[in-house]
Design a protein around this ligand. Structure first.
Ligand code: G3H
Ligand code: ZN
Length: 277
């Protein structure tokens, strides 16, 4: 079923479990992610980014399809708007029935980030929607990698308290859109942030993080772990292989189906790496 972030994220944080948050671009992603979660019995977060909305030209078609897939799932599924900088997109996601929103004002100065995030948080909470925000911008969103960015614990505490957000994305060494899993995480900082910040922590750009470090990050105190690029890699590798093996193939189901199955299997594997069950 479709559930709120509030039903699964705080409980996972309390229990020391991770929650996989994976990006949906096409419908095949949504069905693959749910199938992978169902193989393990773990809850899962399906997230649609502002970039994916730009790709489709609108939120509604892919958003409504993802919500319908979530409602039919046998495991708890959160449908989340990822990295929204457009305030109107937040309103639209909430009215469509999304159960979680990330409002990303991390490019703004601290005081402006606080003001904008506080307003969005009030709006979302009025509608029963879980809110994530970001501080200490994780790099790579615009193609510029910034693995050196770090969130200061005192600032994270003040930001979470001032805004009332339900989860906080922090910069601890990862960077978005890495195609090699070679990121070096600052586990000491994760431990410090976990001890200081009251709300669950979110690791962005986790495609660049190796399996053992994903597990260690959860053990050190990260809860929601966002993975997108890595699964696109799995999907596209499968498509490439199928098309290379069968150059005369034209039915899209014949190469998208195996790619969907490959993503589902990798999601099931990642959920156990993240101690999500
Ligand atoms: O918000 C989405 C993520 O942080 C995914 O980043 O594509 O580097 O795994 P990634
Ligand atoms: Zn991200």
């Amino acid at each position: 079923p479709l559930v709120s972030g509030a039903e699964v994220v705080p409980a996972a944080a309390k229990a020391g479990r991770g929650i996989g948050a994976f990006n949906v671009i096409q419908l095949e992603h949504a069905t693959a992610l749910i199938a992978g979660a169902e193989q393990t019995g773990a809850p899962v977060i399906l997230q649609i980014s502002e970039n994916a909305v730009k790709y489709h030209g609108a939120l509604k078609p892919i958003g409504v399809a993802t919500l319908a897939a979530a409602a039919a799932a046998s495991v708890p599924v959160v449908v989340h708007l990822d990295h929204a900088m457009d305030r109107d997109l937040v309103t639209e996601a909430v009215s469509l029935g999304f159960t979680s929103v990330m409002y990303d004002a991390s490019k703004l100065e601290y005081a402006d980030n606080v003001a904008a995030t506080t307003e969005v948080t009030r709006f979302c909470h009025d509608h029963g929607v879980f809110v994530e925000a970001e501080i200490g911008e994780v790099g790579g969103k615009d193609g510029v990698h910034a693995p050196g960015a770090r969130t200061r614990p005192a600032e994270a505490v003040a930001f979470a308290e001032a805004t009332g957000v339900d989860a906080l994305a922090v910069a601890v060494g990862s960077s978005h859109a890495m195609t090699e899993r070679t990121a070096t995480l600052d586990f000491g900082l994760i431990t410090e942030l976990r001890a200081a910040v009251a709300v669950p922590l979110v690791l962005h750009g986790s495609s660049g993080v190796a399996d053992r470090d994903l597990t260690r990050a959860v053990e050190a105190g990260m809860t929601k772990v966002n993975i997108a690029t890595h699964l696109n890699n799995v999907f596209t590798e499968s498509v490439r292989r199928t098309l290379a093996d069968s150059p005369s193939l034209v039915d899209t189901r014949k190469y998208l189906g195996p790619a969907r199955d490959a993503v589902a299997a990798e999601v099931a594997r990642l959920l156990s790496v993240l101690k999500a069950v």
